[in-house]
Design a protein around this ligand. Structure first.
Ligand code: FES
Ligand SMILES: [Fe+2]
Length: 351
C-alpha cells in the first residue's frame, strides 16, 4: 500500500444508514409519485391527501414493479402493474382480485421530516429515528426577507468528496477564480470541534472585501472591514456555512447550506441554498442564482473529473493520499462519518 498522510481511509459503502438525509425539496414532493435513489435503494416519495409526505420502498413486493410508476389515492399509492395499494405505513391495503390481503404484503416505510426547504428521510432502523437529533430547520433558507438562491444537481462523485470540497475553501482561488473570485483564502483556517459539529473559522481583520461580498453589501472593495468566514459539518448529510461582515455599526450575514445524499458510491445528490441579508434589488435573486450555479458547476466539474480518473486508473485508491493543514476540517468530518458507520448495528444496514 502506498504511504498516506490521510489518517482516515474509508471503505465503501462509506455512509451511515441511521441518519437523516435530504431526499427532495419540499416543493418537489406533491401528489405525483417521485422516485429517488437514496443510499443504493429506490424510494418513492409522495404527498398524500392529508398533506403528509410519505416515503416507501419503491419496489412493489408483488413482482417488484416500481411503485413510483403508480398513482396516489388519498394517502395510499396504487401499483401501476396489478393495482395493489399501500398505505403510508407501508402495509398493503388492497389486492384488487381478492378480499384477503396477505399479512406479509408490505414495503418499508421510511420516517420523514419536513424541515425548512427540505424533505428528510431516515434510511436506517425506523425505531432509532425518534431518538436522533432532528434535522435542522434552516429557517434563514425560507425567510422571504432575504436574497436567496437555491439549486440542485447530481454529481458523479462520492458524497464525501463533495463534503470535503465545502469544508476546505482553499480551492476558491483556483476553481472559482472567474466566478466568485475570492482569492484571499491564503492560510489554513482554525478548526473547532464540538460533540455534534466540526467548524472551520477564517477571520479577516480590517481587510478589503472581494467584489463577491463588497458589491452586494455596498461596502465596495477598498474599505477595510472585519470578515468571519465559517463552515460546519453538522452531520453526514449536511454542511452549513456563513460569512459575517461587520462595517462599523452595520452587520451583513451570508448563510449557505450544502445537503449531500449518496445515490451510490460514485454518485450523489446535491442541494444548496445561498442566502444573503443584503444585496436586495430588482433581479438580485436571478443574478445571484446564475453566479452561484456557475460556481457550483465548477465544483461539479473538478469532482467528476477526479472521480472518473480514480475509477479508470488501475491503481484505484492505492495511491498516495496527501493531506495538508487546510484539510483538517474535512478529515475530521471523515473521521466522524467513519465512526458512525462503524458503530451502526447490522440491523440498520439491513433495514
Ligand atoms: S407488481 Fe405491484 S401489484 Fe403486481
Ligand atoms: Fe467550490
Amino acid at each position: 500500500m502506498t504511504p498516506s498522510t490521510n489518517p482516515v481511509a474509508l471503505s465503501a459503502p462509506n455512509w451511515p444508514r441511521d441518519a437523516w438525509w435530504v431526499a427532495a425539496t419540499t416543493a418537489e414532493v406533491g401528489g405525483a409519485p417521485l422516485q429517488r435513489w437514496l443510499l443504493e435503494r429506490p424510494v418513492v416519495l409522495y404527498r398524500g391527501a392529508s398533506g403528509q409526505v410519505v416515503a416507501l420502498d419503491d419496489r412493489c413486493p408483488h413482482r417488484w414493479a416500481p411503485l413510483s410508476l403508480g398513482a396516489v389515492h388519498g394517502d395510499d399509492i396504487a401499483c401501476a402493474y396489478h393495482g395493489f395499494r399501500f398505505g403510508p405505513d407501508g402495509r398493503c391495503t388492497r389486492v384488487p382480485t381478492q378480499a384477503a390481503v396477505p399479512g406479509v404484503a408490505r414495503v418499508t416505510s421510511y420516517p420523514v421530516v419536513e424541515a425548512g426547504p427540505f424533505v428528510w428521510v431516515w434510511t436506517g432502523d425506523p425505531a432509532l429515528a425518534a431518538a436522533a437529533l432532528p434535522p435542522p430547520k434552516l429557517g434563514w433558507a425560507v425567510d422571504p426577507s432575504r436574497v436567496t438562491a437555491a439549486g440542485a444537481m447530481t454529481v458523479a462523485c462520492n458524497y464525501l468528496a463533495l463534503k470535503e470540497n465545502v469544508l476546505d475553501l482553499s480551492h476558491f482561488a483556483f476553481v472559482h477564480a472567474n466566478t466568485l473570485a475570492v482569492t484571499d483564502w491564503d492560510r489554513p483556517p482554525t478548526v473547532e470541534k464540538t460533540a455534534d459539529e466540526v467548524t472551520y473559522h477564517q477571520h479577516y481583520a480590517a481587510a478589503p472585501l472581494p467584489a463577491h461580498y463588497g458589491i452586494p453589501t455596498g461596502i465596495g472593495t477598498e474599505r477595510p472591514v472585519d470578515r468571519h468566514a465559517w463552515g460546519s459539518y453538522v452531520g453526514p448529510g449536511l454542511q452549513t456555512a456563513g460569512v459575517d461582515i461587520r462595517d462599523g455599526e452595520n452587520a451583513f450575514a451570508l448563510r449557505i447550506c450544502h445537503a449531500t445524499t449518496p445515490i451510490d458510491a460514485g454518485t450523489c445528490l446535491y442541494w444548496w441554498v445561498f442566502s444573503q441579508d443584503y444585496g436586495h434589488g430588482e433581479g438580485a435573486v436571478v443574478a445571484l442564482t446564475a453566479r452561484i450555479t456557475a460556481a457550483f458547476l465548477e465544483d461539479k466539474a473538478i469532482l467528476e473529473a477526479t472521480e472518473a480518473m480514480v475509477r479508470r486508473d488501475a491503481r484505484g485508491r492505492d495511491y498516495i493520499d496527501l493531506s495538508v493543514a487546510c484539510d483538517h476540517a474535512g478529515i475530521e468530518a471523515r473521521r466522524r462519518v467513519a465512526r458512525l458507520v462503524a458503530a451502526e448495528a447490522p440491523a440498520s444496514r439491513a433495514a
